[in-house]
Design a protein around this ligand. Structure first.
Ligand code: KG4
Ligand code: ZN
Length: 319
C-alpha cells in the first residue's frame, strides 16, 4: 500500500492507493475558505494550516481505509512545484513517517501527479496520448509516451497566466468568491456565451496566453453601470468561459492527436468536458489537487531507500 501526501498549494491531502492503482482512501482538506477573504492563497497562512492539518488528514485516511501505518509499504509525497513553505510541510511529514518505519520514499512531481490521475482504477488510460494539463498553476500540452515522468514531453505551455488563474481572476472581477473556477462555471450556465466577443490570443506554436483575455473582461466590467453589470454577469461569465475553453480546445485540435486526455482543476469545467467529447477527462474528484494522484505517480517514480531521502529538498518551480 502506498501512502500519498500532497501539500503543494492550499489542499492538505492524503491517500492510500495499492500498487495496482486502487484507491482505498483519499482525503482532501481544502483551505479555500481560509484564503477566500484575501482573494487568493496566502503562502504563509497555507504553510501554517498544512502543519495543523497534515496529521489529522493522514489519520482520517488510515481510518477510512480501516488501515494502520503497518499496512504502508511506501510513502509518496509531492516535492514540487508549488509554494515552497507548503511543500516543505508535506515533505517533512513524509520523511518523518518513512524514516520512523524505515520505509522507502518516492518524491513526486506535482504535474506528474496530475497526469497519473489517469492511471488509477477503474479507468486506466494507457500511454501514448496527448494530455492537456490545465490547473490553477499550470497550463500545458504534454506528449505522454510512458507512465514515468521522463516519458512525458512538453509540447506547449502558457506564456503568462494559467487557465485556472484566468478563471479565478475572471471570477473575482465578476464578484465571485475565491477560488472562482467552479462558481464561474455554474454562473456561465445561465448566460449567453455569444453575448460578448472576448479575444482568444493566438500565439505561435502550441503555447497559450490568457492575460489579454482577463484585461478584456476587466474593461467590459468597468464600462457597465452597476445595475447593468448585475444583469449581465451571467452573459459575461459565459462569454469569458467560452473564450478560455476555445483557446484550450484550439490548441488540443492543433496537435492533431487522436488520443487526448484532460487533467487538472480546469478539467472539471463542464464546457471544456463537453467541448472535448472524444477526450478522456480525469474523474471529477481527481481533477483538483488530491493525494491519490501523487500515490499513483509514485508507482512509476524511483523510490529512495532510508536514509537517502532525508536530504531531499522541495522545489518551487518546474525544472
Ligand atoms: O489542479 P488544481 O486543484 O490546483 C493546481 O494545481 O493549481 O486546480 C485548481 C484550479 C483553480 O484555478 C480553480 O478555479 C480551477 O482549477 N477549477 C475550475 C473548475 N473547478 C476548479 N475552473 C473552471 N471550471 C471548473 N469547474
Ligand atoms: Zn494541481
Amino acid at each position: 500500500m502506498i501512502l500519498g501526501l500532497e501539500t503543494s498549494c492550499d489542499e492538505t491531502a492524503a491517500a492510500l492507493v495499492t500498487v495496482g492503482g486502487e484507491i482505498h482512501a483519499s482525503v482532501v482538506s481544502s483551505q479555500a475558505d481560509l484564503h477566500a477573504r484575501y482573494g487568493g492563497v496566502v503562502p504563509e497562512v497555507a504553510s501554517r494550516r498544512h502543519l495543523e492539518l497534515v496529521t489529522p488528514v493522514i489519520r482520517e485516511t488510515l481510518d477510512e481505509a480501516s488501515a494502520t501505518l503497518d499496512d504502508v509499504d511506501l510513502v509518496a509525497v509531492t516535492a514540487g512545484p508549488g509554494l515552497i513553505g507548503a511543500l516543505l510541510v508535506g515533505l517533512s511529514a513524509a520523511k518523518a513517517l518513512a524514516w520512523a518505519r524505515r520505509l522507502p520514499l518516492a518524491p513526486v512531481d506535482h504535474l506528474h501527479g496530475h497526469v497519473a490521475s489517469l492511471f488509477l482504477e477503474p479507468t486506466v488510460l494507457e500511454p501514448p496520448f496527448t494530455c492537456l494539463l490545465a490547473s490553477g498553476g499550470h497550463t500545458m500540452l504534454l506528449a505522454v509516451d510512458d507512465r514515468a515522468w521522463d516519458g512525458v514531453r512538453v509540447l506547449g505551455t502558457t506564456l503568462d497566466d494559467a487557465a485556472g488563474e484566468a478563471f479565478d481572476k475572471g471570477a473575482r472581477l465578476l464578484g465571485l468568491p475565491y477560488p472562482g473556477g467552479a462558481a464561474l462555471d455554474a454562473l456561465a450556465r445561465e448566460g449567453d456565451p455569444e453575448a460578448y466577443a472576448f479575444p482568444v490570443a493566438r500565439v505561435p506554436g502550441l503555447d497559450f496566453s490568457f492575460s489579454g483575455l482577463k484585461t478584456a473582461l476587466l474593461y467590459a466590467v468597468r464600462d457597465l453601470p452597476a445595475d447593468e453589470l448585475e444583469r449581465r454577469r451571467a452573459d459575461l461569465a459565459a462569454s469569458y468561459q467560452r473564450a478560455i475553453v476555445r483557446a484550450l480546445v484550439e490548441r488540443v485540435d492543433a496537435t492533431g492527436a487522436d488520443r487526448v486526455a484532460v487533467v487538472g482543476g480546469v478539467a472539471a469545467n463542464s464546457e471544456l468536458r463537453a467541448s472535448l467529447p472524444q477526450a478522456t477527462a480525469a474523474p471529477l474528484a481527481l481533477c483538483t489537487d488530491n493525494a491519490a494522484m501523487i500515490a499513483s505517480a509514485a508507482r512509476f517514480t524511483t523510490q529512495l531507500d532510508p536514509p537517502d531521502y532525508l536530504r531531499l529538498d522541495a522545489y518551487a518551480t518546474a525544472s
